[in-house]
Design a protein around this ligand. Structure first.
Ligand code: GLU
Length: 297
């Protein structure tokens, strides 16, 4: 299989020390496998996107010596592909419209005596799975159990991460019927990401560990859409002084393009890699061999 890797930032802010770890890892992994490295701008969640952040991210990447090997893909240009994917799911009986608001879902959860887990969306109780009962459709959801049964997927779903090893998740019980198209008409990350990973022939997804628990959902969707599953590697997270993961939301500072070497060396050290003195050293055989030697598989 020929190697195609990708870095897929959401332009909701600039690259910071945390995101640069995943960027550098995906770049080194692609180079170490003599593969292609692609950049995709994940700008489907338009209300959260910051104007101009996409171009600034590309400039940050360039300053760090990382340039996409093929034209950059913007998800905002790919809406027809997501619509096709949804139509295919509807046609197969795997997607259904949902009339519930967030309040409805929380009320149904409370009624069933289940409280919402911290830091996660409420598990959808399946209210609209059997029909809308005259209410207007708001969102589209995947019928997870229908996909699992149709493809005889194991419960829990088990998948392999190149760094974390075997992972498992009972998607129906732990996540539920997740959203494919939101009530505001925007496409959900889960649908867009699997459609585009296939469209770009991505063989290897290398991204931050905070995204690891989306993987089982993405594998279920790939099955439902007849798409291949790439290999996955989730990289360590950078924690801020408060012990929380660095993120745009908690004000992580943008990578300073005036001193990319400093930022890259910090990212390298987080990945257990030696420091280097010039950006071009990143692509030397000896540096790439270091990267490969650190990967269990
Ligand atoms: N766009 C996502 C983010 O920035 C990453 C998606 C992915 O790598 O699968 O959080």
């Amino acid at each position: 299989m020929s190697y195609v890797g990708r870095f897929a930032p959401s332009p909701t802010g600039l690259l910071h020390a945390g995101s640069l770890v995943a960027t550098l890892a995906s770049f080194l992994d692609a180079r170490a496998h003599a593969g292609q490295w692609l950049v995709r701008i994940e700008d489907v969640d338009t209300p959260r996107c910051v104007t101009g952040a996409d171009l600034q991210i590309l400039a940050q990447l360039q300053a760090c010596g990382m340039v996409s090997d093929a034209p950059v893909l913007w998800q905002s240009q790919r809406l027809a592909a997501y619509e096709n994917a949804l139509q295919s799911l509807i046609h197969q009986g795997f997607a259904y419209p949902c009339a519930c608001s967030r309040k409805d879902i929380e009320a149904a959860q409370a009624f069933a005596g289940r409280s919402r887990p911290r830091h996660s969306a409420a598990i959808y109780p399946g209210t609209c799975r059997q029909g809308l009962q005259g209410k207007p459709a708001r969102a589209w959801r995947l019928n997870v159990q229908a996909v699992i049964e149709h493809f005889k997927l194991p419960t829990p779903l088990v998948w392999h991460d190149r760094r974390l090893g075997l992972q498992s998740q009972d998607v129906a019980a732990e996540v539920g019927d997740f959203v494919l198209r939101r009530a505001d008409g925007l496409w959900a990350y889960q649908l867009a990401v699997v459609v585009d990973d296939t469209a770009q022939a991505v063989s290897d997804v290398v991204r931050g560990q905070d995204l690891a628990d989306n993987t089982a959902r993405q594998i279920v969707l790939q099955q439902a859409l007849g798409l291949p599953t790439p290999r996955y590697l989730h990289t360590p997270l950078v924690l801020g002084d408060n012990g929380e993961k660095l993120s745009k939301q908690n004000g992580a500072r943008a990578v300073d393009v005036r001193d990319p070497l400093l930022a890259l060396n910090a990212a390298a050290s987080c990945l257990g890699l030696p420091a280097f003195k010039a950006i071009r050293e990143l692509e030397t055989q000896s540096y790439l061999a270091h990267w490969l030697a650190l990967q269990p598989n």
